[in-house]
Design a protein around this ligand. Sequence first.
Ligand code: ATP
Ligand code: MG
Length: 418
Amino acid sequence: MHDVMPAQIGDWQYLEAQLRALTAAYGYQEVRFPMLEPTTLFSRSVGENTDIVAKEMYTFSDRNGESLTLRPEGTAGCVRAALEHGILFKQTQRLWYMGPMFRYERPQKGRLRQFHQFGLEAFGMPGPDIDAEIIALTARLWRNLGLETKLRLEINSLGTLDTRVRHRKDLLEYLNVHAHALDEDSVRRLATNPLRILDSKNPTMQALIAKAPRLLDFLDQESNDHFAQLQELLTTLGIAYQINPHLVRGLDYYTKTVFEWVNEEMGAQGTVCAGGRYDGLITQLGGEATPAVGFALGLERLINLLHLSKPAQQSVTPDVYFVLLGESAVQSGLGLAERLRDALPTLQVLMNAGGGSVKSQFKRADKSGAKYALVLGDDEIRANVIALKDLRGDFATQLSIEELIKFFESTLHERRVL
Ligand code: ATP
Ligand code: MG
């Protein structure tokens, strides 16, 4: 579980701002739901035999002996909240959320125990049009972040439950014939969740997976049409994709469309964004049948990817550092800074606090990254002015508070125009 310190916060704020702007551009609305839910919510939705539920959940009993789990993903909580507040029945909803998720994984690069996801869910729309919309939204995000050449789109269709039952029969036959070549994880999955074997990241398993029966060959007519129409829409939108017939997802609730955006350089942790359709989940959680599609993207992985091509984003630096020399300067300085903030709410003023010599205060001013220093001492107070000094150039002058407000008004205006 990582701390995010001020040196890294610029990346997070940049990404969060990009995501908020993007969701607004597509008419999605934010929802916030608890980080803690009854354990059964996840076992019933994500699935008992998935890695997440079988191995990765942070589960504990509360004082009443109720089993609770720190959310390992967002879809289950989002659907629970939407059902509880009655916003799904006979309605369409476009929702998003962002926040920490928890999985008890073996910590390694790109795999944390507390990580952050941005997730988005669209409810009440059965067709491939909305699948295409959310894929287009993700493609736009990569363009906005300058990552369009770094990520490759893979799509597949998991069909319906019936598709999977028929596929499972052939898959089991095939896997039993090749049982000697299965790794330990896969042997365990053979008995519980054989489809997940296709999702194995183990290199020694890839040849076996490549020849396994493909879900696509078992699709019912409706799923087949849905998948064909999705491809047509993606082509019309100019979004390149690859069909990966072995793409399955680590959660049980998916139906029809599944997709992943993958980066090759990051290896087994290269899936940055993953999602798909889950038309059965809402009834499974006690609601009326409601089609749904969504995705989640890992913010840490996205930040790692941004760093492969760009240095870290600057964190916010103040516009002004206020140097206060002597007791009376402290007395009137705080009030002058408040007047500046009253007049210019976006101006960022960092006050010197805790005293210090001229030299040490200017050192702090320089270290803060501020462009200007304001200096108030006995001389300035007597003359009713404040000294202004450009910390990154030679410019220096003395101004009254009214003139200072005008000065910063025009520099802030320039900043906005830039
Ligand atoms: P993986 O196959 O890499 O284990 P997953 O199938 O478990 O991924 P999802 O449950 O689909 O992942 O989560 C969506 C996204 O969240 C992933 O694509 C990834 O970017 C991110 N993610 C998942 N688990 C972690 C983790 N432990 N640490 C950091 N990011 C994660
Ligand atoms: Mg995982």
